[in-house]
Design a protein around this ligand. Structure first.
Ligand code: KIV
Length: 275
């Protein structure tokens, strides 16, 4: 099956909603692949898989290893890999060198970075050098310390212009799509109508061209999920039930049963030994 490219994702705007989820590991990527258009190896893996306080400590080698497993275990989704904090802000040259390493080592389709107008030169530099880029504006988790928390954007119309300019800059710089995170519906609708590239919302209303969620949030594998998350299943409860049953079967010597045990033909062994 042919894998979706960044261009294929771009061409979905106006046709149908674009379905995206995060994936950090092979088993999750394998299960999601046929149901989504795009899988994001997000730096949210720092909080979800490693229990870090925020995404700032995630490193490029970590992203590369997780991305490799997601690419290997999928065949049709467009794979986008997040550039972690500190790997692209310093200069466009550094951003290019790190992005091209990620692309060469993982075989992914595109990279994602946070920022709008401030990243114009960097995104242009990357896209002019053949690296497909997904932008990320609105609530930017890598700005958590400077903003003092995770705050929903666009509640006052005074701040709208900044976000609209951010989106237009990314489009002009050649980004193939933009994640809109944590913003009010009217602002997300305004941005989506103003740009020709698809907007992918997370906590940004149904007015975006597509949606993304952190997979572990929607599977019930994280303990603090924000208001915008719909929990489709409670996997943690299912794991707990299975572990509880395993524990009691081991204690009562019900597991392993005959079915799960290797046997051997003792009479054949005795014959061979007597020869
Ligand atoms: O890191 C991530 O998972 C993301 C999504 C929240 C869009 O950036």
């Amino acid at each position: 099956m042919k894998r979706n490219s960044a261009k294929d994702i771009m061409n979905l705007k106006g046709k149908r909603p674009i379905v995206c989820l995060t994936a950090y590991t092979a088993p999750i990527a394998r299960a999601l692949d046929e149901h989504v258009d795009l899988l994001l190896v997000g730096d949210s893996l720092g909080m979800v898989l490693y229990d870090y306080e925020n995404t700032l400590s995630v490193t490029l080698p970590q992203m590369v290893e997780h991305a490799k497993s997601v690419v290997n275990a999928s065949s049709s989704s467009c794979i986008v890999v997040d550039l972690p904090f500190g790997t692209y802000e310093e200069s466009k040259e550094k951003a290019f060198s790190n992005s091209s390493d990620v692309m060469k080592e993982t075989n992914c389709n595109a990279i994602k970075l946070e920022g709008g107008q401030n990243m114009y030169e960097t995104v242009k530099f990357l896209t002019e050098r053949s690296i497909p880029v997904m932008g990320h504006i609105g609530l930017q988790p890598q700005r958590v310390l400077i903003e003092g928390g995770y705050k929903v954007k666009g509640k006052s119309k005074f701040e709208w212009n900044k976000f609209i300019e951010d989106a237009l800059s990314l489009e002009e710089a050649g980004a193939f799509s933009i994640v809109l995170e944590g913003m009010t519906e009217p602002l997300a609708a305004e941005i989506t109508s103003k740009v020709k590239i698809p907007t992918i919302g997370i906590g940004a209303s149904p007015k975006c061209d597509g949606q993304i969620l952190v997979t572990e949030d929607m599977l019930g594998l994280t303990n603090i999920a924000p208001k915008f998350v719909k929990k489709y299943i409670d996997i943690e409860e299912i794991i707990k039930k299975a572990a509880d049953q395993y524990s009691s079967e081991v204690k009562q010597r019900q597991f392993p049963s005959e079915k799960h045990t290797y046997q051997m033909n003792l009479s054949l062994v005795e014959k061979n030994e007597s020869k």
